[in-house]
Each structure stands twice: as structure tokens, then as C-alpha cells.
Unconditional design. Sequence first.
Length: 422
Amino acid sequence: MENLVQKTLVGPFKQILTMNNLPDKGPIKDNQLEIIEGGGILIEDEIIAAVYEKKQFDEERKHYKKKSGDKSYFKVEKDAVLVPGFIDSHTHMIYAGSRAKDYARRNAGESYLDIARKGGGILSTVKKTREASFKQLKQLLFERGLTHIKCGITTTEVKSGYGLDLENELKTLRVIKNLKESRSLIPELIPTCLSAHVKPAEFETHEEYLNYILKEILPIIKEEKLSNRVDIFIEEGAFTPEISLKFLETAKKMGFKITVHADQFSTGGSEVAAKVGAISADHLEASGETEFSLLKQGNVIATVLPGASMGLGMHYAPARRMLDAGLCVVIASDWNPGTAPMGDLLIQAAVLGANQKLSIAETLSAITNRAAMALDLNDRGIIKPGYLADFIAFPCSDHEDIFYNQGVLRPNQIWRKGTRII
């Protein structure tokens, strides 16, 4: 017997912000937002089948008064504003241990690079992550995923990069894959290989380590389909632009999509990202007009990470200037144990929006439809027929309340792939 399609009608919503028909790059004015008042959504299994305006919705719900077999009606009793599920396109959520001591040392005046040179920083997290078992890392990532989903994040990227050898890089990526396949209560996980985070102590030169990644780690990642994305940290204390470009060009020839940690403390990464045809360049706190031009010419998405600026006590990436230069700007949390331990995308987006004078449309787009572009996903980030039924509702009557409350207002309905999580 053929399985029936499960249909669920959801609504009515005070407002539905579809994020449809918006420009992929440059500024967005608030009056460009498509807002449906009093409408609802029809879900068929995991997909949005229809987006109804009020008159259509009122007519349609007559057929969904009672749950019967393949049809059900989820009535929204109180005022609610519906938006696409948030997408966090840059995190380091799989790790063990804490870097609270690093935070205290930075606040006492030591620099990020000085702490790293003295044995703190990324390599201290590498030690703890290598010591952690598969089961422990899976539980830690699951718990962080639960935190994310409660904040309305339905898709999140997760990088490796705290293993830094074959055994432990594979361990972390296998955890991500295993959890992605076995859990539905957390966001969909998009894995990225960041084996080129920093050089581990057991290698003498940076070139030697990058060759090790290319020859030993990436072939197995490709064979096991653990990730189709490769990242590298281009910065003093990590990898120079020159050797990074060669590494990324080789990884791209192997079939990997490219993203880059660029221009956090010094420039050079944006140029590499543009030359190699990266999907995105992430951080960009040090970027200026020259870098904006390079990214625009290379059609590279500019991903800004306000959580790192908060954690380091430094200036934010110049998102307003990037938008005005015609770039596609995305906001991500950079959730990591060292510089961005908060991991709260909504708070970070709201604070950055106020600091950089971003419109509501620009801020929301940067964590929905444009964020989907940064992960090369064309099936989410917009509420429209044919897209995944990933959407969230806030208990308010006007969408402006979401960012006005700077993260205190939380979604009270969360739907992921057609299933109501909260």
C-alpha cells in the first residue's frame, strides 16, 4: 500500500516574513520585505506545499478542522510572527574542555597571539578534544545542538579543527555525521573540514602539515563522505596567504568547496578567497575597501562573526560598508571555546545590527536566506513552496519586536523539516 502524504496546515500568523524575492547582494530596505498578514502554511511531509494569504487560509482551514489520517491542523492561538529557521553558517561546536583561563588572561591584557604562543589558545583545546572519546564528543555536540535549536537555529555548520591529526580529525567528523543521521531534535549539521586550523606541534613546518592533510586526511574524508567543504585559518600564527592558496587550490581540484577564515587580525585572506573562488570569507574585522573590491570581484560571500568581536573585546567587522560596497553579508555565531563561547546567533545579530546600522531586512536576511547561500544550500532560508518546512514563530504581533528585544524574545514554535520541535 502506498504511503499517504502527511499534510499539516499551520496558522494563522499575525505576520509571515517569507524572505522571498530579496536581492542576493548589497543593501536591503525594510520595505522590500514580503509580509503576509493573517496567513498560514501548508506542509506536506518535510516540504512547504503552500503559503496562504489570509483569505486563502481561512478557506483552506475549513477542510482541516479535525485531525483525520493524513490531514491535521495546528491552530496558532495567540499572536505570532513567522520567519524562516535561522541558519548559523560558521561554528566550531565540536570540542572538549574550556578556555575560561584564556578569557581571563585576555581581559588582564594579554593578546590572543601571545596566549597562543604560551601554550593556550587553539592547541589547548586540541589536547582536550584528542583526549575525549567519540561518545563524549557526541554528547557535547548534541547538547550544544539542543541549545541552538531552542534559539531557532534549524541548520548549523560545524567545523572540525580541534583534532589536527588523521585519527582525531576523522573522529570529530564521524561524530558530526553520526549525529546528523541519528537525531532530529537538533539543527541539521553541515560539516566542514578545518584540519588547517593551526599547525600541531608534531610537525616542523606549515607546508609539511598541509601536505599531510592533502595526502592523508582529505582522501578519507572524501571516501567516507564526511564533508564536501574545506576551510583554512589564514593569519599570523596559523597559515600564510601564499601556502594557503596552494593548499586550497589542490583541495578544490579534489572536489571540495572552499571557505576561508580571512582578515581577522590582518589582511591577506580575502585575496586568497577571491583567487581560489571560495564560497565565503569569514571574519573580516581587518578588511577595508581593497578587500571589499576583491571579494566582490570574486563573488565571495562576506561572513561576519560578531561573537568573536565580543569575546575578544575588539571592533566588529564593517558590515555596513560591506553591504554598501555591494557584497552579500552573512552573520554567523563562530561558536567556539576560545573567542566566541556564547554561541547565541540572535543576540549577536541584534547587537551587530544596532552597531552597524543594519536594517531589519539586512539583519534577518543575514541569518536566513543569505546564510543559506554561504552554505550553498538552495532549499531553505525562505518560506516558499518547494522549500524545507524549516520555520520559527515569535510570540509577538510585529516582526520589529524580534531584534528590538536584542535576543531576549525567543521563538516559541520551531518547525524543522515539517516536524514541530517546540
